[in-house]
Design a protein around this ligand. Structure first.
Ligand code: MN
Ligand code: MN
Length: 463
């Protein structure tokens, strides 16, 4: 190849880069260290509520204090708004005029799981069960014959509440959903994967020894007695409870080189954690900066803790009012990263990806211009100008980044919170970490992508 052609190639053609090709040894070590903090976050936060508590501990250490609607907001102030313990808005007021806009990173902390029903407890043929209703996009067959933990909050009749975590401590028992043995699965194995495990068979085994002389429902009574002794709850209290069944696994390094991380709930805690760390690290920024950890994304962002809730705009409204700014100007000039994951190219399933436009593990933080399905249905397709703005920042700051598309055209699709934020007249683009086996009980990410995501959010906050 002549030098002229080489030069032309260099100048005109896009080149994919891997993180490890450009990261220094010190960068790689920093990335490894950063992943440790993230893995602790994952183990400490397996539900929305636990993630909110964990986030509060992180930011209070750095001087953030709880804000309630109506409180005073001042330049330089560091606040968090705790929305019903299930979502959190963490924000710092910058020195520049807030009408210049807010830099927002919006992630979600709900993950696919099984929720207990309001009347979960029953017994059948000597086994005590807890009935569940699955939450979000799960492949139901992945949740059977595997150790499960129960996490949540029960509000009792007197209004007091009790938090429950069973199945995380090594000395705890776990829960279990049975599956058919292959020997008797002739009919099951012939079924469509969607129907292999019907939703009403996702029943959690909780015990098998009845109370003596109880007559009927002896196992159920025995289980309720154990719960009452430990947590002071009665059966009716399940009605006012949020009890979530999650995999009883801890986050672990994957691979001999420890370059990957396996865990439950990467989607989307793998973006929530960097949103917090980038907010804390961007202390010197003149911009007003906000990190959002939202609930309900996996079920359409509804409810009063989802991103469609009016509380988001109420908070922006309160910020503007307190600083004597025009709220419409604040929104018009605000910029948001919808901090969410994308599907990493899976070499074992190349047929679902279009490889020129798929993101890869160790390809860096992934920018997703549009999501949606069936011809970009229900997408926020970020405008070219905003994508150009973000791209310029990343290139300037040496961020290793790539683009991604959620699978081949017409292969499926999905959405994020981006569309609900863009509706408010705020520029938004999706940015996050490539994930393998998304929505599985144990998902996989690369440490360097996680680290680049932190650096990307940080660059966005300070530029
Ligand atoms: Mn997500
Ligand atoms: Mn998801």
């Amino acid at each position: 190849m002549s030098d002229a052609i080489k030069e032309l190639k260099e100048k005109l053609l896009y080149k994919r880069v891997k993180t490890y090709e450009v990261m220094s040894e010190a960068d790689m070590a920093a990335s490894d260290e950063y992943a440790k903090g993230y893995m602790a976050f994952l183990d400490g936060g397996k539900t929305e509520r636990e993630c909110v508590s964990y986030a509060i501990t992180m930011v209070e250490k750095e001087g953030y204090r709880e804000y309630k609607i109506g409180d005073k907001i001042e330049v330089g102030g560091k606040y968090y708004y705790n929305n019903r313990g299930r979502a959190i808005y963490i924000f710092r007021i910058g020195t520049e005029n807030v009408e210049e806009g807010i830099r927002i990173s919006a992630s979600h902390i709900d993950s696919p799981r099984l929720d207990l029903k309001p009347h979960p407890l029953y017994e059948d043929n000597g086994i005590g069960y807890l009935k569940t209703h699955y939450y979000g996009g799960v492949k139901k067959y992945q949740w059977v014959a595997t150790p499960l933990a129960l996490h949540g909050t029960v509000v009792k009749a007197d209004g007091t509440s009790v938090d429950i975590i069973i199945g995380e401590d090594d000395n705890d028992p776990v829960f279990y959903i049975s599956d058919l043995l292959p020997h008797l699965a002739k009919d099951q194995m012939a079924k469509n994967a969607r129907e292999v495990i019907p939703g009403e068979k996702l029943n959690l085994m909780a015990g098998s020894i009845p109370l003596p002389e109880a007559g009927g429902d002896g196992v159920k009574l025995a289980l309720m007695k154990l719960l009452n002794e430990k947590y002071g709850i009665v059966e009716a209290d399940f009605i006012s409870a949020e009890l979530e069944v999650v995999p009883a696994f801890k986050a672990r390094e994957i691979g001999l080189d420890r370059s990957l991380v396996g865990a439950y709930g990467h989607d989307d805690r793998v973006c929530s954690y960097p949103a917090i760390t980038a907010l804390l690290e961007s202390e010197g920024s003149a911009h007003t900066v906000m990190a959002i950890l939202a609930d309900k994304e996996e079920v359409g962002s509804g409810g009063n803790s989802g991103m469609k809730s009016g509380i988001f705009i109420d908070i922006i409204d309160e910020i503007a009012k307190n600083l004597g700014a025009n709220v419409n100007a604040v929104k018009a000039n605000s910029k948001c990263l919808s901090a969410d994951v994308n599907a990493a190219y899976d070499p074992c399933y190349p047929e679902v990806h279009e490889k020129n436009n798929a993101c890869t593990l160790n390809g860096g933080v992934v920018l997703t211009k549009y999501t949606g399905s069936g011809g970009k249905g229900s997408t926020n397709d970020a405008n070219a100008e905003f994508v150009g703005f973000v791209r310029a920042i990343f290139d300037k700051e040496g961020i290793v980044w790539q683009t991604g598309e959620l699978g081949k055209v017409d292969q499926g699709g999905g959405g994020t919170v981006a569309v609900y934020i863009s509706e408010k007249n705020i520029d938004v683009v999706d940015l996050g970490v490539p994930v393998l086996s998304m929505h599985a009980p144990y998902e996989c990410i690369a440490k360097t992508d996680l680290y680049m995501t932190h650096k990307a959010f940080l660059a966005f906050n300070v530029n």
